[in-house]
Design a protein around this ligand. Structure first.
Ligand code: E4P
Length: 219
């Protein structure tokens, strides 16, 4: 499973990107607002993310009509060839995604809550969909089952599933088991993936016996 970080907080991103385990970063207006990043600061943020190890950055459009989203998508893509354009799964958004796909711009259809939207995104030629797992579950539906259905819907298409709104490390494991190709994680969930007390206990044991083993391997 490919892992992405779902935050625009530089202090949170820097140590996680430094691990080399996260392929890139996803943003949206809510994430920018939470991190105090204004829209006119997005180009600087994108440049900073690539310098600090992101291989791809997903930037979301903020306009509503298909014409405006299409134009904005081209502007965002113009920031860097590694930018993927995120577009909400509205009728206007999907119309713009079809046009951007035809122009060779990679896109992610976001705020996906229903498998029917996965069908539409694939028809629009989207590179990715982003199902909102946590929000689907919190709305009283079976979020994991909905995502698994989307993965099946997209099998054999060129549209992949990058799950967002992920609430726990355990959900990440379930998603990988169910065939989701990628997930984007908050800093908290990303850090939770590294937590395993039994590994810590084993490493402590390794350290305890080192003094009895003499010099290091290789001197
Ligand atoms: C999209 O990339 C985000 O995950 C989106 O903000 C949904 O996450 P949330 O439900 O935690 O807000």
């Amino acid at each position: 499973m490919d892992l992405y970080l779902d935050t625009a907080d530089r202090a949170e991103l820097e140590p996680l990107l430094a691990t080399g385990l996260f392929r890139g970063v996803t943003t949206n207006p809510l994430i920018l607002a939470r991190s105090g990043v204004r829209l006119d600061e997005v180009p600087d943020l994108v440049a900073w993310l690539f310098v600090h190890g992101a291989g791809e950055v997903f930037v979301q459009t903020t306009t509503e009509s298909a014409d405006a989203i299409e134009a904005e998508g081209h502007r965002l893509r113009g920031l860097d060839p590694r930018v993927v354009v995120k577009v909400p799964a509205t009728r206007e958004g999907l119309t713009a995604v079809r046009r951007l796909s035809d122009a060779g711009v990679p896109t992610l259809v976001t705020a996906v809550h229903n498998p029917r939207q996965a069908i539409l995104a694939a028809s629009a030629g989207a590179s990715w969909i982003a199902p909102y797992l946590g929000r689907v579950s919190e709305a009283g539906r079976d979020g994991l089952q909905a995502v698994a259905q989307m993965v099946r819907v997209l099998a054999g298409t060129s549209t992949r599933t990058l799950v967002a709104s992920v609430r726990s490390a355990e959900d990440t494991v379930r998603l990988a088991t169910d065939g989701a190709e990628a997930a984007t994680l908050s800093g908290a969930v990303a850090r939770e993936l590294f937590v395993e007390p039994l590994t810590d206990a084993a490493v402590a044991q390794f350290s305890e016996c080192l003094p009895s083993l003499g010099a290091r391997v290789g001197g």
